[in-house]
Design a protein around this ligand. Sequence first.
Ligand SMILES: *[C@@H]1O[C@H](CO)[C@@H](O)[C@H](O)[C@H]1NC(C)=O
Ligand SMILES: *[C@@H]1O[C@H](CO)[C@@H](O)[C@H](O)[C@H]1NC(C)=O
Ligand SMILES: *[C@@H]1O[C@H](CO)[C@@H](O)[C@H](O)[C@H]1NC(C)=O
Ligand SMILES: *[C@@H]1O[C@H](CO)[C@@H](O)[C@H](O)[C@H]1NC(C)=O
Ligand SMILES: *[C@@H]1O[C@H](CO)[C@@H](O)[C@H](O)[C@H]1NC(C)=O
Ligand SMILES: *[C@@H]1O[C@H](CO)[C@@H](O)[C@H](O)[C@H]1NC(C)=O
Ligand SMILES: *[C@@H]1O[C@H](CO)[C@@H](O)[C@H](O)[C@H]1NC(C)=O
Ligand SMILES: *[C@@H]1O[C@H](CO)[C@@H](O)[C@H](O)[C@H]1NC(C)=O
Ligand SMILES: *[C@@H]1O[C@H](CO)[C@@H](O)[C@H](O)[C@H]1NC(C)=O
Ligand SMILES: *[C@@H]1O[C@H](CO)[C@@H](O)[C@H](O)[C@H]1NC(C)=O
Length: 510
Amino acid sequence: MVQTTFLAALLLACYTPISLASALPSQKTNSIRNVNNNEHLFVDASHAIRNAPPENVVTLGAHTRPVTYAGSGLSKRGIQLGRQALDKRTQDDPPTTHLGYIFYQRHATINVTWGNKADAASPGQTMLSYLSMTESDTWTPSTNYACIGEPAPRSADFKFPVPPGTPPVNQSVCHFGPLYDVSQGNFTNLTQIMMADGYSPDNMYLQGSFVKTPITVSGLTVNDQVAAIVEQAAWFGDGQFSGMLGMGYPIMTTPCYRANLTGAGTYDPFVFRLMKDKSKNLQPVFSLAPNRVESGSPAWADGGSMALGGLVPSSYYRGNFTTVPVEKVPWAYGGNTKNNDEVYAYYATTVEMLYGPPGTDLDSPYTPYNATSIGNPVMVSDAFQAVVDVGTPMTLVPNVTAYAIGQLFIPSATYNATYSYMLINCNAKPPVVAIRIGGPNGTIFHYDPRDLIIPFTEDRSYSHCMSAIADSGPGSNPNQGTIGLTWLKNNVMAVDLEKNLMHFAARRPY
Ligand SMILES: *[C@@H]1O[C@H](CO)[C@@H](O)[C@H](O)[C@H]1NC(C)=O
Ligand SMILES: *[C@@H]1O[C@H](CO)[C@@H](O)[C@H](O)[C@H]1NC(C)=O
Ligand SMILES: *[C@@H]1O[C@H](CO)[C@@H](O)[C@H](O)[C@H]1NC(C)=O
Ligand SMILES: *[C@@H]1O[C@H](CO)[C@@H](O)[C@H](O)[C@H]1NC(C)=O
Ligand SMILES: *[C@@H]1O[C@H](CO)[C@@H](O)[C@H](O)[C@H]1NC(C)=O
Ligand SMILES: *[C@@H]1O[C@H](CO)[C@@H](O)[C@H](O)[C@H]1NC(C)=O
Ligand SMILES: *[C@@H]1O[C@H](CO)[C@@H](O)[C@H](O)[C@H]1NC(C)=O
Ligand SMILES: *[C@@H]1O[C@H](CO)[C@@H](O)[C@H](O)[C@H]1NC(C)=O
Ligand SMILES: *[C@@H]1O[C@H](CO)[C@@H](O)[C@H](O)[C@H]1NC(C)=O
Ligand SMILES: *[C@@H]1O[C@H](CO)[C@@H](O)[C@H](O)[C@H]1NC(C)=O
């Protein structure tokens, strides 16, 4: 799932044949190409993006979420600790003594409204949903869903899909928030097509029906969006969220035939449908500026903004945008290793990590750098491909880099190879860390020192913390990583889905 690194999070969906139904809007809308503002912010003015219409800029939530550590996936113990925390009971176990302990992060959430029938009491049902850029389906659990229990992390006994007749347990075990009332919802059941997704190594599981239904986000509606109503789940929720808004490319959608559980192709996710709808006259762009949110803030604390159809307001960023192409990745979906085509799937780009001991002068923050301005003792990692994801809390990098950065905290981190984490003192002095995007002459984007130390608990009651720069975990590809929320909080990202370009600018300090 979102907390694992992208290759480790092998999505065990039904075997989807690689049907590369064109992912992208095929026709350009002339009027939106005549961009004549913000051009000064883009090296290539033809890539400039206008501000989004104000009504399509939505405030994100900043949801407290227990997360299991990246490399390890969920464990029974992680679930127990999560439950204790959710129950606001004392966590009396030091996290280092248990596999799969949790830490706390704020997860970007967004309201997704599922349209109701004409005669329903309200026009729609607003589901508090996690925002994910490493998934593409939009889903919500039905009032009638069968909870088949907590996930059984890494259990060899995990059967995928869950055998028919598996008895349900009380829905409270799966711990979703308010559920989607199917009796009110306006949807057409795509009866031949189902969702059957398992997540490794967590062994979380979702099964449901794909339907067509009106979906509204940020004031914009797609009338007949393909989305999934979950009817069976092995899940560990947080009691508040009830869905997902998947922002990834169409290849990551997961429809499969009910009859034989083989792949039923792909469909255009919400954001792609929206951008293709010429009547809306939107730029084919979404942009994100998630906030750093203080511990203890409510779930709807201002978690930053997402804009559909253009840039978030300029109050969020300063300086220019750096533009890089979205990189295709080899795609071996659902175990179909024969077909390893390179496809647009994740928001991937090749980056380097720059780092030095605390106090290293990388120049003043929020200023773009260039290679010659970097002197000793700044170190530069080998280049690696990274997926940008607002739904992943940490930055997951090749072990050698995570380890080296861990050593630069004062006092230095203790590396635990069993669980692939870097334990640090919560009062440690963090090193200077940045990510360079766009090659050796690219732009350097900083981490705020406040974001480099991750507490285990929302209230920081443990004396130990983790480095936000973590190892992708055992078994992960050493040349790949994930750039998560800890970095995105310090930057603004815009994705042009028509040109397959990503644009990054530094956040104004806040
Ligand atoms: C990691 O931490 C666990 C729990 O404290 C400990 O049992 C294990 O030996 C540690 N592993 C390493 C390699 O330090
Ligand atoms: C999300 O929806 C809920 C319920 O409709 C509402 O109370 C809340 O204010 C909304 N939040 C945002 C950020 O729009
Ligand atoms: C119900 O959904 C269909 C298509 O998904 C849409 O055309 C229709 O307008 C919706 N009805 C209402 C009352 O919103
Ligand atoms: C399910 O769990 C909830 C919360 O623990 C409880 O209130 C409810 O009575 C349970 N329902 C059944 C049928 O056991
Ligand atoms: C959709 O149709 C399938 C097949 O008939 C059925 O099993 C499923 O429960 C239906 N889902 C919904 C949400 O109506
Ligand atoms: C699976 O079922 C669908 C729908 O009946 C069919 O079109 C497809 O050919 C089947 N695939 C396989 C591999 O049997
Ligand atoms: C942005 O780029 C333009 C053109 O390359 C340059 O003239 C301008 O100074 C840059 N602005 C900032 C704030 O760096
Ligand atoms: C790179 O930075 C150095 C030192 O700040 C500066 O002298 C040089 O002009 C910069 N080069 C470019 C191409 O901006
Ligand atoms: C980086 O910039 C320098 C100086 O402008 C140039 O000589 C070099 O070829 C550039 N490297 C790349 C990889 O573009
Ligand atoms: C990570 O690096 C450390 C230090 O070099 C090493 O001890 C450890 O085994 C490495 N872990 C993995 C998973 O490669």
